[in-house]
Design a protein around this ligand. Structure first.
Ligand SMILES: [Zn+2]
Ligand SMILES: [Zn+2]
Length: 258
């Protein structure tokens, strides 16, 4: 494995230490932890409608656990957060972010126009295509809003419906162009790589075309899933002609070749 970082992982169902331990065992040199903002006790009242993925943590307990895991396990950890992008709530959500020593912030669209993206929930072609287009519009807004280091899982709408818009590649390219313009990375997401490999290939091609920085993250919610799709992600990136992964420290972008 030459991609030896993972910049999307969750702690609510285990702990920062367990995630870091597994990352080290799997040969990673650095783990980016990115718990959901809706799992933070301070932010939960604002995001009450999001799923409950485990015990809530305060911002300070989370940050301490991520820093302590690095010491206990002898691996570099980076403190991140997966932040919902929801027009109408963004001001309230993003007010929680300043002053907490983030290394990186992930912008995520988990709902479109008040409806959470759920497995196989849209079975009508016309509605599905419209939802995809709205999803891409929100991803572009997330990429250009200035709050995030990267935008996660850009093809995750596939979980909701298999009806893809005929303009999917144009949409991916528009997103890749906007992200590149704002120096925001798009994510090659392990969950999506394993399930929607060809869609992620199309995303990688769009990123290559527009020289968009690329982040690689497993989206592991359990230790066993850390770096779950790294080998295939690497193949997809090489195939697209991408040989560099972006990472962050104290919100400053860094990169390495693989
Ligand atoms: Zn997500
Ligand atoms: Zn996630």
């Amino acid at each position: 494995m030459t991609i030896d970082t993972d910049f999307h992982s969750h702690v609510a169902r285990s702990s920062a230490r367990q995630m870091a331990q597994t990352a080290r065992e799997k040969g990673l040199r650095m783990l980016g932890l990115s718990e959901h903002i809706f799992q933070m006790s301070e932010a939960r009242p604002t995001l009450q409608h999001m799923p409950d993925e485990g015990p809530l943590l305060s911002f300070s307990a989370y940050s301490e656990a991520v820093r302590a895991a690095a010491q206990e396990v002898s691996i570099e950890t980076r403190l991140g957060l997966e932040v919902d992008f929801i027009p109408g709530l963004n001001e309230q959500i993003q007010a929680f972010l300043p002053g907490r020593n983030w290394d990186f912030l992930i912008g995520s669209v988990h709902e479109v126009d008040g409806v959470i993206i759920l497995d196989d929930s849209v079975t009508n072609r016309e509605k599905s295509e419209a939802r995809w287009l709205r999803y891409f519009a929100l991803l572009r807004q997330a990429a250009t809003c200035g709050a995030f280091s990267l935008v996660s899982h850009p093809v995750r709408m596939r979980i909701e419906s298999a009806f893809l818009p005929p303009t999917l590649d144009e949409e991916l390219e528009r997103l890749a162009a906007e992200a590149a313009r704002c120096d925001v990375a798009l994510e090659i997401n392990g969950y999506d790589v394993l399930r929607y490999t060809n869609l992620v290939r199309r995303l990688a091609r769009a990123c290559a075309l527009h020289h968009t920085p690329v982040s690689v993250g497993s989206d592991a919610h359990y230790p066993a899933r850390v770096a779950q799709a790294h080998q295939l992600s690497e193949e997809i990136l090489r195939e697209a002609g991408i040989h560099e992964v972006r990472i962050w420290r104290r919100m400053e972008p860094e990169a390495y070749q693989f």
